[in-house]
Design a protein around this ligand. Structure first.
Ligand code: ADP
Ligand code: ADP
Length: 232
């Protein structure tokens, strides 16, 4: 489903160079929940941004299904990105828009019809459990509810992959568990492939099938969660 082959990413900050990813290779199977764990600064966000090509690798290749991302034109890449949903630690909701409008936003951008859009928003709100809050503004919601809105918006265009960037790091333990449960349910019911990055082992243990451990830009271990954590 997702194949990353020998990806290297070097940031240039003034005269300083920083190699954020060094020859990173990994494969995520269709339908699995794949975790990438590492300390702050290890390269997790960079790796996630390489998967949807918000960041261009300096060398190496990224494949989504049969598509080699470096071969796409800008326009094709934009279309491909619709197949990838993303959620964030800080939710990134539009504060001046209602929950309904936040969820509808990707559909508005893609020119969906009004009726279809409304139906889809209600479906999604139902799926993530925020039907009662559609007319509220993000500022009126708890952290967990905000992330539910983030998840609904990420699913709006029916992506095949959901990328989660520290999606529970701003939430308390109980809310974290409920969001992880929701992600797990979505993975099961929609068959959507999930890649998540986190600095929390507990998140990986809770829902991931497989895990890659990244340290200083290098994948130091990769495998089934039980195997990797039995032999630390
Ligand atoms: P993580 O998500 O694991 O915290 P990041 O991928 O954000 O790690 O960052 C990896 C390394 O690359 C860090 O040392 C960070 O400071 C550096 N870095 C990230 N983005 C940039 C950038 N745009 N310019 C320069 N350095 C960056
Ligand atoms: P994270 O919480 O994932 O570690 P950061 O706080 O390191 O993220 O980075 C936030 C943003 O700042 C990112 O867009 C990243 O690309 C950018 N960034 C991170 N480190 C640097 C850096 N050393 N120089 C320039 N930009 C950076």
């Amino acid at each position: 489903m997702i194949k990353i082959e020998h990806v290297t990413k070097i940031y240039q900050a003034g005269k300083q160079q920083h190699t954020a990813l060094k020859d990173v290779s990994l494969t995520v199977q269709k339908g699995e929940i794949f975790g990438i764990v590492g300390h702050s600064g290890a390269g997790k966000s960079t790796l996630l941004r390489c998967i949807n090509f918000l960041e261009t690798p300096d060398s190496g290749e990224v494949w989504i299904g049969d598509t080699q991302l470096s071969q796409l034109s800008k326009k094709q890449l934009q279309e491909k990105r619709r197949e990838i949903g993303m959620i964030f630690q800080q939710f990134h909701l539009l504060s001046s828009k209602t929950v309904f409008e936040n969820i509808a936003f990707p559909m508005r951008l893609s020119g969906a019809g009004k009726q279809k859009m409304e139906q889809r928003v209600r479906e999604l709100a139902d799926l993530v459990g925020i039907t009662d809050h559609l007319q509220k503004y993000p500022g009126e919601l708890s952290g967990g509810q905000k992330q539910r809105v983030g998840i609904a918006r990420a699913l709006a265009l029916q992506p095949s992959v959901l990328l989660c960037d520290e999606a529970t790091s701003a939430l308390d333990p109980k809310t974290t568990q409920s969001i992880l449960q929701l992600l797990s349910d979505i993975n099961q019911s929609l068959g959507i492939t999930i890649v998540l990055i986190t600095h929390e082992m507990q998140v990986i243990r809770s829902i991931c099938d497989r895990v890659a451990v990244i340290d200083n830009g290098i994948i130091v271990e990769q495998g089934n969660v039980n195997e990797v954590f039995l032999h630390p």
